[in-house]
Design a protein. Structure first.
Length: 346
Protein backbone atom coordinates (compact mmCIF):
# COMPACT_ATOMS: atom_id res chain seq x y z
CA UNK A 1 0.00 0.00 0.00
CA UNK A 2 3.05 2.22 -0.37
CA UNK A 3 2.31 5.50 -2.16
CA UNK A 4 3.48 5.07 -5.76
CA UNK A 5 4.83 8.64 -5.75
CA UNK A 6 7.47 7.54 -3.26
CA UNK A 7 10.45 6.17 -5.13
CA UNK A 8 11.93 4.41 -2.10
CA UNK A 9 11.64 0.62 -2.04
CA UNK A 10 11.62 -1.01 1.38
CA UNK A 11 12.85 -4.56 1.80
CA UNK A 12 12.09 -6.69 4.81
CA UNK A 13 15.82 -7.23 5.38
CA UNK A 14 16.26 -3.48 5.83
CA UNK A 15 13.89 -3.48 8.77
CA UNK A 16 16.27 -5.25 11.14
CA UNK A 17 17.44 -3.22 14.12
CA UNK A 18 20.98 -3.39 12.75
CA UNK A 19 19.68 -1.51 9.71
CA UNK A 20 22.24 -0.29 7.20
CA UNK A 21 20.44 2.19 5.00
CA UNK A 22 16.73 2.93 4.92
CA UNK A 23 14.22 3.29 7.74
CA UNK A 24 10.92 1.42 7.29
CA UNK A 25 8.14 3.19 5.36
CA UNK A 26 4.59 2.50 6.59
CA UNK A 27 1.34 3.54 4.93
CA UNK A 28 -1.04 3.87 7.87
CA UNK A 29 -4.16 4.83 5.91
CA UNK A 30 -5.98 1.54 6.71
CA UNK A 31 -5.45 2.23 10.40
CA UNK A 32 -7.00 5.70 10.08
CA UNK A 33 -10.02 4.35 8.21
CA UNK A 34 -10.76 1.85 10.98
CA UNK A 35 -9.47 3.70 14.06
CA UNK A 36 -12.91 4.13 15.63
CA UNK A 37 -14.29 0.68 14.74
CA UNK A 38 -14.62 -1.85 17.54
CA UNK A 39 -13.56 -4.63 15.17
CA UNK A 40 -10.53 -2.81 13.71
CA UNK A 41 -8.19 -5.55 14.93
CA UNK A 42 -10.00 -8.02 12.65
CA UNK A 43 -9.48 -6.02 9.47
CA UNK A 44 -6.85 -7.61 7.21
CA UNK A 45 -5.37 -4.28 6.08
CA UNK A 46 -5.13 -3.07 9.67
CA UNK A 47 -3.44 -6.32 10.68
CA UNK A 48 -0.84 -5.76 7.95
CA UNK A 49 -0.13 -2.21 9.18
CA UNK A 50 0.05 -3.37 12.80
CA UNK A 51 2.60 -6.01 11.84
CA UNK A 52 4.77 -3.39 10.14
CA UNK A 53 4.50 -1.10 13.17
CA UNK A 54 5.55 -3.94 15.44
CA UNK A 55 8.62 -4.77 13.38
CA UNK A 56 9.63 -1.13 13.06
CA UNK A 57 9.23 -0.43 16.78
CA UNK A 58 11.05 -3.61 17.82
CA UNK A 59 13.84 -3.44 15.29
CA UNK A 60 14.50 0.23 14.61
CA UNK A 61 12.43 2.57 16.79
CA UNK A 62 12.02 4.88 13.76
CA UNK A 63 9.85 4.74 10.65
CA UNK A 64 8.45 6.97 7.92
CA UNK A 65 4.69 7.55 8.03
CA UNK A 66 2.77 8.04 4.79
CA UNK A 67 -0.97 7.90 4.16
CA UNK A 68 -1.41 9.94 7.34
CA UNK A 69 -4.13 12.29 6.09
CA UNK A 70 -2.40 15.61 6.81
CA UNK A 71 -2.09 17.60 3.61
CA UNK A 72 1.33 18.06 2.10
CA UNK A 73 0.31 21.68 1.54
CA UNK A 74 -0.05 22.32 5.27
CA UNK A 75 3.17 20.46 6.04
CA UNK A 76 5.02 22.69 3.55
CA UNK A 77 3.29 25.82 4.78
CA UNK A 78 4.42 25.46 8.39
CA UNK A 79 8.01 24.88 7.20
CA UNK A 80 7.93 27.84 4.82
CA UNK A 81 6.55 30.15 7.51
CA UNK A 82 9.18 28.85 9.92
CA UNK A 83 11.92 29.69 7.40
CA UNK A 84 10.44 33.19 7.16
CA UNK A 85 10.60 33.62 10.93
CA UNK A 86 14.19 32.45 11.27
CA UNK A 87 15.21 34.80 8.43
CA UNK A 88 14.06 37.80 10.51
CA UNK A 89 16.62 40.08 12.19
CA UNK A 90 17.77 38.80 15.57
CA UNK A 91 16.12 41.73 17.37
CA UNK A 92 12.76 40.83 15.84
CA UNK A 93 13.02 37.19 16.95
CA UNK A 94 13.90 38.31 20.47
CA UNK A 95 10.42 39.79 20.85
CA UNK A 96 9.33 36.29 21.86
CA UNK A 97 12.50 35.37 23.76
CA UNK A 98 12.37 32.27 25.94
CA UNK A 99 12.83 32.91 29.66
CA UNK A 100 11.99 31.03 32.88
CA UNK A 101 9.37 33.70 33.59
CA UNK A 102 7.70 32.87 30.26
CA UNK A 103 7.44 29.21 31.25
CA UNK A 104 10.39 28.26 29.05
CA UNK A 105 8.23 29.04 26.03
CA UNK A 106 9.45 31.08 23.09
CA UNK A 107 12.50 31.75 20.95
CA UNK A 108 16.00 30.60 21.83
CA UNK A 109 19.03 31.81 19.93
CA UNK A 110 21.72 29.58 18.47
CA UNK A 111 23.81 27.93 21.17
CA UNK A 112 21.32 28.20 24.05
CA UNK A 113 20.23 24.56 23.84
CA UNK A 114 22.49 21.89 25.33
CA UNK A 115 22.27 18.12 24.82
CA UNK A 116 24.13 15.93 27.31
CA UNK A 117 26.02 19.00 28.45
CA UNK A 118 27.21 19.97 24.97
CA UNK A 119 26.14 23.06 23.07
CA UNK A 120 23.91 22.53 20.02
CA UNK A 121 24.12 24.51 16.80
CA UNK A 122 20.48 25.42 16.31
CA UNK A 123 17.85 28.01 17.17
CA UNK A 124 14.26 27.20 18.00
CA UNK A 125 10.81 28.16 19.21
CA UNK A 126 9.66 25.97 22.10
CA UNK A 127 5.95 25.47 22.78
CA UNK A 128 3.94 23.33 25.18
CA UNK A 129 0.31 22.49 25.61
CA UNK A 130 -1.29 25.37 27.48
CA UNK A 131 -3.11 24.64 30.75
CA UNK A 132 -4.73 26.39 33.69
CA UNK A 133 -2.02 27.62 36.04
CA UNK A 134 -3.06 25.52 39.03
CA UNK A 135 -3.90 22.34 37.13
CA UNK A 136 -0.61 20.54 37.77
CA UNK A 137 0.39 22.11 41.08
CA UNK A 138 3.93 23.25 41.79
CA UNK A 139 5.41 21.09 39.02
CA UNK A 140 3.25 22.69 36.36
CA UNK A 141 4.10 26.22 37.50
CA UNK A 142 7.51 25.89 35.88
CA UNK A 143 5.86 25.76 32.44
CA UNK A 144 2.93 28.07 33.11
CA UNK A 145 1.94 30.73 30.63
CA UNK A 146 0.78 31.05 27.03
CA UNK A 147 2.89 30.04 24.07
CA UNK A 148 4.76 32.92 22.46
CA UNK A 149 3.91 33.00 18.77
CA UNK A 150 5.53 35.57 16.46
CA UNK A 151 3.39 38.22 14.81
CA UNK A 152 5.53 37.89 11.70
CA UNK A 153 4.86 35.96 9.52
CA UNK A 154 1.17 36.68 9.74
CA UNK A 155 -1.20 33.82 10.60
CA UNK A 156 1.69 31.76 11.94
CA UNK A 157 -0.12 31.07 15.21
CA UNK A 158 -3.32 30.02 13.45
CA UNK A 159 -1.49 27.70 11.06
CA UNK A 160 0.53 26.10 13.83
CA UNK A 161 -2.48 25.57 16.08
CA UNK A 162 -4.33 23.82 13.24
CA UNK A 163 -1.22 21.72 12.59
CA UNK A 164 -0.86 20.79 16.28
CA UNK A 165 -4.46 19.59 16.44
CA UNK A 166 -3.96 17.37 13.40
CA UNK A 167 -0.68 15.99 14.76
CA UNK A 168 -2.38 15.21 18.07
CA UNK A 169 -5.10 13.22 16.33
CA UNK A 170 -2.59 11.45 14.11
CA UNK A 171 -0.39 10.51 17.06
CA UNK A 172 -3.38 9.12 18.96
CA UNK A 173 -4.23 6.85 16.04
CA UNK A 174 -0.65 5.67 15.55
CA UNK A 175 -0.53 4.85 19.26
CA UNK A 176 -3.70 2.76 18.88
CA UNK A 177 -1.94 0.77 16.19
CA UNK A 178 1.08 0.35 18.44
CA UNK A 179 -1.15 -0.87 21.25
CA UNK A 180 -2.50 -3.55 18.91
CA UNK A 181 1.06 -4.39 17.85
CA UNK A 182 1.95 -5.06 21.48
CA UNK A 183 -1.01 -7.42 21.84
CA UNK A 184 -3.30 -5.05 23.69
CA UNK A 185 -6.62 -3.43 22.85
CA UNK A 186 -6.56 -0.32 20.63
CA UNK A 187 -7.23 1.98 23.58
CA UNK A 188 -4.84 0.38 26.06
CA UNK A 189 -2.87 3.58 26.60
CA UNK A 190 -5.86 5.90 26.78
CA UNK A 191 -6.82 5.14 30.36
CA UNK A 192 -4.74 6.61 33.13
CA UNK A 193 -1.74 7.27 30.89
CA UNK A 194 -2.88 9.11 27.76
CA UNK A 195 -6.49 10.10 28.32
CA UNK A 196 -5.48 13.77 28.55
CA UNK A 197 -2.23 13.85 26.56
CA UNK A 198 0.33 16.58 26.94
CA UNK A 199 2.33 17.75 23.94
CA UNK A 200 5.56 19.58 23.21
CA UNK A 201 6.49 21.37 19.98
CA UNK A 202 10.04 22.32 18.99
CA UNK A 203 10.29 24.42 15.84
CA UNK A 204 13.98 24.19 14.97
CA UNK A 205 16.34 25.93 12.56
CA UNK A 206 19.79 24.59 11.72
CA UNK A 207 22.14 27.11 10.08
CA UNK A 208 24.50 26.20 7.28
CA UNK A 209 28.04 25.91 8.62
CA UNK A 210 31.46 26.33 7.04
CA UNK A 211 32.84 23.03 8.27
CA UNK A 212 31.61 19.44 8.20
CA UNK A 213 30.05 17.47 11.06
CA UNK A 214 29.09 20.37 13.29
CA UNK A 215 26.52 18.96 15.72
CA UNK A 216 23.17 20.65 15.22
CA UNK A 217 21.63 18.54 17.98
CA UNK A 218 23.64 16.00 19.97
CA UNK A 219 22.90 12.30 20.28
CA UNK A 220 19.85 11.62 22.43
CA UNK A 221 16.67 9.63 22.78
CA UNK A 222 13.32 11.40 22.99
CA UNK A 223 11.80 11.32 26.45
CA UNK A 224 8.09 11.17 25.59
CA UNK A 225 5.81 8.73 23.77
CA UNK A 226 5.90 9.47 20.05
CA UNK A 227 7.62 12.08 17.90
CA UNK A 228 6.37 13.31 14.52
CA UNK A 229 9.10 15.07 12.57
CA UNK A 230 8.33 17.26 9.57
CA UNK A 231 11.68 18.12 7.95
CA UNK A 232 12.81 20.04 4.89
CA UNK A 233 12.51 17.81 1.82
CA UNK A 234 15.80 18.78 0.20
CA UNK A 235 18.33 18.48 3.03
CA UNK A 236 19.47 15.33 4.83
CA UNK A 237 20.60 15.95 8.41
CA UNK A 238 18.85 13.55 10.81
CA UNK A 239 20.94 10.48 11.65
CA UNK A 240 19.82 7.34 13.52
CA UNK A 241 22.31 4.99 15.18
CA UNK A 242 22.08 1.25 14.56
CA UNK A 243 23.36 -1.52 16.82
CA UNK A 244 26.69 -1.52 15.04
CA UNK A 245 27.23 2.08 16.10
CA UNK A 246 26.81 3.41 12.57
CA UNK A 247 24.92 6.64 11.96
CA UNK A 248 22.31 6.09 9.23
CA UNK A 249 20.91 9.16 7.47
CA UNK A 250 17.13 9.56 7.47
CA UNK A 251 16.72 10.83 3.90
CA UNK A 252 13.60 13.03 3.59
CA UNK A 253 10.60 11.59 1.77
CA UNK A 254 8.31 14.45 0.64
CA UNK A 255 4.91 14.38 2.31
CA UNK A 256 5.97 11.94 5.02
CA UNK A 257 6.56 12.24 8.74
CA UNK A 258 9.39 10.50 10.47
CA UNK A 259 7.98 8.90 13.61
CA UNK A 260 10.05 7.57 16.48
CA UNK A 261 9.26 6.14 19.89
CA UNK A 262 10.48 7.75 23.08
CA UNK A 263 11.52 6.75 26.58
CA UNK A 264 7.98 6.80 28.01
CA UNK A 265 6.80 4.23 25.46
CA UNK A 266 9.84 2.09 26.24
CA UNK A 267 8.76 2.07 29.88
CA UNK A 268 5.05 1.51 29.19
CA UNK A 269 5.79 -1.41 26.83
CA UNK A 270 7.96 -3.03 29.51
CA UNK A 271 11.01 -2.55 27.30
CA UNK A 272 9.63 -4.46 24.33
CA UNK A 273 10.03 -1.31 22.25
CA UNK A 274 13.15 0.77 22.81
CA UNK A 275 13.89 4.39 22.02
CA UNK A 276 16.81 4.85 19.64
CA UNK A 277 19.70 7.31 19.71
CA UNK A 278 19.65 9.97 17.01
CA UNK A 279 21.35 13.27 16.24
CA UNK A 280 21.32 16.09 13.68
CA UNK A 281 24.24 17.25 11.53
CA UNK A 282 23.42 19.78 8.81
CA UNK A 283 26.21 19.48 6.26
CA UNK A 284 24.06 21.23 3.67
CA UNK A 285 25.21 24.70 2.53
CA UNK A 286 21.65 25.88 3.18
CA UNK A 287 19.60 26.61 6.27
CA UNK A 288 17.47 23.65 7.41
CA UNK A 289 14.14 23.68 9.24
CA UNK A 290 12.26 20.90 10.99
CA UNK A 291 9.08 20.98 13.03
CA UNK A 292 9.06 18.35 15.76
CA UNK A 293 5.80 17.43 17.52
CA UNK A 294 6.10 15.32 20.67
CA UNK A 295 3.00 13.41 21.77
CA UNK A 296 3.17 12.65 25.46
CA UNK A 297 1.36 10.95 28.32
CA UNK A 298 -0.87 12.86 30.71
CA UNK A 299 1.30 15.46 32.43
CA UNK A 300 0.62 14.00 35.87
CA UNK A 301 0.76 10.33 34.83
CA UNK A 302 2.85 7.93 36.92
CA UNK A 303 4.55 6.12 34.06
CA UNK A 304 5.40 2.46 34.62
CA UNK A 305 5.01 -0.72 32.54
CA UNK A 306 1.34 -1.42 31.91
CA UNK A 307 0.11 -4.57 33.63
CA UNK A 308 -1.03 -6.16 30.38
CA UNK A 309 2.48 -5.90 28.93
CA UNK A 310 4.13 -7.16 32.10
CA UNK A 311 1.87 -10.20 31.81
CA UNK A 312 2.49 -10.69 28.10
CA UNK A 313 6.24 -10.21 28.33
CA UNK A 314 7.20 -11.54 31.79
CA UNK A 315 10.69 -12.53 30.67
CA UNK A 316 11.60 -9.02 29.59
CA UNK A 317 13.62 -7.49 32.39
CA UNK A 318 14.67 -4.35 30.54
CA UNK A 319 12.31 -2.10 32.45
CA UNK A 320 11.52 -4.17 35.52
CA UNK A 321 14.05 -2.26 37.60
CA UNK A 322 13.13 1.12 36.15
CA UNK A 323 11.81 3.50 38.76
CA UNK A 324 8.35 4.91 38.27
CA UNK A 325 8.45 8.25 36.48
CA UNK A 326 5.93 11.07 36.81
CA UNK A 327 5.99 12.43 33.28
CA UNK A 328 5.56 16.11 34.23
CA UNK A 329 8.39 15.93 36.74
CA UNK A 330 10.57 14.19 34.16
CA UNK A 331 9.78 16.85 31.54
CA UNK A 332 10.44 19.76 33.89
CA UNK A 333 13.74 18.23 34.95
CA UNK A 334 14.78 17.87 31.30
CA UNK A 335 13.74 21.44 30.46
CA UNK A 336 15.45 23.07 33.42
CA UNK A 337 18.62 21.02 32.88
CA UNK A 338 18.73 21.83 29.18
CA UNK A 339 18.30 25.53 29.85
CA UNK A 340 20.37 25.76 33.03
CA UNK A 341 22.38 28.59 31.46
CA UNK A 342 19.38 30.31 29.91
CA UNK A 343 19.55 33.52 31.96
CA UNK A 344 23.26 33.92 31.27
CA UNK A 345 23.07 33.31 27.52
CA UNK A 346 19.70 34.79 26.54
Amino acid sequence: MLDQSVSVVVKESEMARDFKSLLPVIDISPLLLKCDDSDMAEDADVVEVVGKLDRACRDVGFFYVIGHGISEGLMKKVKEMTHQFFELPYEEKLKIKITPAAGYRGYQRIGVNFTSGKQDMHEAIDCYREFEHEKYGDTGKILKGPNQWPENPKEYKESMEEYIKLCTDLSRNILRGISLALGGLPYEFEGKMVGDPFWVMRIIGYPAVNQENVIGCGAHTDYGLLTLLNQDDDKTALQVRNLGGEWISAIPIPGSFICNIGDMLQILSNGVYKSTLHRVINNSPRYRVCVAFFYETNFDAMVEPLDIFKEKYPGNKTCQETKKVVYGEHLVNKVTTTFANLVEHS
